[in-house]
Design a protein around this ligand. Structure first.
Ligand SMILES: [Fe+2]
Length: 272
């Protein structure tokens, strides 16, 4: 079994408004929710006060970073399910969104997950329980895996790296509520607790990341929508599109999907 010695104290951080964000997103269409939030925040003082919008109150802290630990491996496979035939352990489905500081979802964010298996061991030869994916056009992600096993010195956790296109990497860890070892693990941070519920024999978890990205008028977007590239378009080899001010040439015929933006899909697009 691979043990992981992680003893650094993580940066602190209070509970964020992730829960409120999630509730708001579940209750109303995303565009309406964000539109309402923008109106509430941008209202001039002389205007009639609008109904408070809980999801986008300024001041949310970015998701705090945590140490990478010794078992990250680059070049994980791109996949949203880490389940393989014969996988043991309690099934875990993790869903959520990635936001910037302006409460706007960020699409095309690379999320690279790695974790221990049911026995608390990391696969350092292959890529079991390792995989990366990209948030979709709504900034959402979904990961299917198992509840990681425990190993000495740590409470139960998932590792993840999150990176918006062209922006710095956030490396952090996610935790499970009601774990006895949360009280003794020096790395544990309640700001990184997932919401977890039991559904039959499986568990469903949710967590929303807030990246340290300024959003608003005058701020460059990490996922500009300008350009000719469009989701749902069938591209052929040699087709050219523009995206975020750059031109790309199609390398493989495909139908564009959220997360396959040219800068995020070097197998599909080559910058010209
Ligand atoms: Fe770990």
């Amino acid at each position: 079994m691979q043990e992981e010695q992680e003893s650094e104290q993580s940066p602190g951080g209070g509970i964020s408004r992730k829960g409120l964000l999630k509730v708001a997103l579940a209750a109303v269409p995303l565009s309406a929710a964000l539109g309402g939030a923008a109106l509430a925040r941008d209202a001039a003082p002389s205007e009639r006060p609008l109904v408070p919008t809980p999801m986008c109150d300024d001041g949310d802290d970015p998701t705090p970073p945590q140490m990478e630990g010794p078992y990250f491996k680059p070049n994980s496979p791109r996949r949203t399910s880490l389940l393989e035939p014969g996988a043991q352990g309690v099934r875990l489905t993790l869903t959520g969104y990635v936001f910037g500081l302006g409460c706007q979802p960020v699409s095309g964010v690379l999320l690279d997950f790695w974790q221990a298996d049911v026995n608390g061991a990391y696969d350092n030869r292959g890529f079991r329980y390792r995989g990366h994916q990209f948030t979709d056009s709504r900034g959402a992600f979904r990961l299917e895996t198992i509840v990681p096993g425990l190993y000495p010195g740590r409470t139960r956790h998932l590792h993840v790296k999150a990176q918006a296109p062209g922006r710095p990497v956030l490396t952090t860890q996610l935790y499970f509520p009601n774990e006895p070892r949360n009280a003794t693990d020096q790395l544990f941070n309640p700001a990184l607790l997932m919401d977890v519920r039991q559904v039959g024999s499986a568990r469903e978890a949710s967590f929303d990341f807030v990246l340290n990205l300024r959003q608003g008028p005058g701020e460059p977007s990490p996922t500009p929508t300008g350009g000719t590239w469009a989701v749902g378009t069938a591209y052929r080899v040699g087709d050219r599109v523009t995206y975020s001010g750059a031109t790309y040439e199609c390398l493989q015929a495909h139908t564009a999907q959220p997360g396959w933006e040219p800068p995020s899909a070097p197998a599909l697009w080559r910058r010209r």
